[in-house]
Design a binder for this molecule. Structure first.
Ligand code: NAP
Length: 171
């Protein structure tokens, strides 16, 4: 684990094949997943790509929302704008709750941030039958240690999921 005073954590809901999205939206809307997302990220800065920001109805309250875009004129209500991942992280370090900085997606931003991540908070959805077009980078057990895993839960429509926490193995 990086001993920096700013831990960087990706929080993501993914299927068995690292799938995370379809057609600009989430694949699943699992109430308990959204609750857990809220409780873990509350009070901390959250970094997201412009497309993920636009999939949300508004900035997420109680957290510094930082949106990454290449568009120099882009604005979004109640959000800070960065033009690179590095700039977003520098902004996050100065925000309230910066002991933990959350990368909240989507695919492009997870991919770019992946080498910098100290930990992962994953909602693992099993045997998802839905269409997908966006993915999280592959998580291999050579590089990541499972530090916590909950029991398996099931949604009212029969989707099974659990919550898994990982720390990067320092080599
Ligand atoms: N399952 C989950 O937990 C989860 C979480 C979040 C999102 N998602 C899903 O992921 C999908 C969205 O992901 P995505 O990969 O399409 O988009 P994204 O990562 O949310 O946003 C991509 C945008 O970020 C900006 N960007 C990326 N790299 C940049 C860089 N180096 N410098 C400056 N700007 C940069 C660009 O914005 P501009 O085009 O404005 O320049 C780019 O178009 C959706 O389906 C969403 O629902 C799933």
């Amino acid at each position: 684990m990086n001993k920096s005073k700013h831990q960087i954590c990706a929080i993501v809901a993914m299927g068995d094949n690292f799938e995370i999205g379809f057609n600009g939206d989430l694949i699943w809307h699992i109430k308990e997943d959204l609750k857990r997302f809220k409780s873990l990220t509350m009070g901390h800065p959250i970094i997201m790509g412009r497309k993920t920001r636009e999939s949300l109805p508004k900035a997420l309250p109680g957290r510094t929302n930082i949106v990454i875009t290449r568009n120099p004129n882009y604005t979004a209500p109640d959000s800070l704008i960065a033009h690179s991942l590095e700039e977003a992280i520098e902004i996050a370090k100065k925000a309230e709750g910066s002991d933990k900085i959350f990368i909240i997606g989507g695919g492009q931003i997870y991919e770019e941030a992946f080498p910098l991540l100290d930990s992962l908070e994953i909602t693992h959805v099993y045997d998802s039958p839905y269409d997908v077009d966006t993915f999280f980078p592959e998580v291999t057990m050579d590089d990541w240690e499972l530090t916590a895993k909950t029991d398996m839960f099931e949604t009212p429509d029969g989707l099974r999921y659990d919550f898994e926490s990982f720390s990067r193995i320092i080599k």
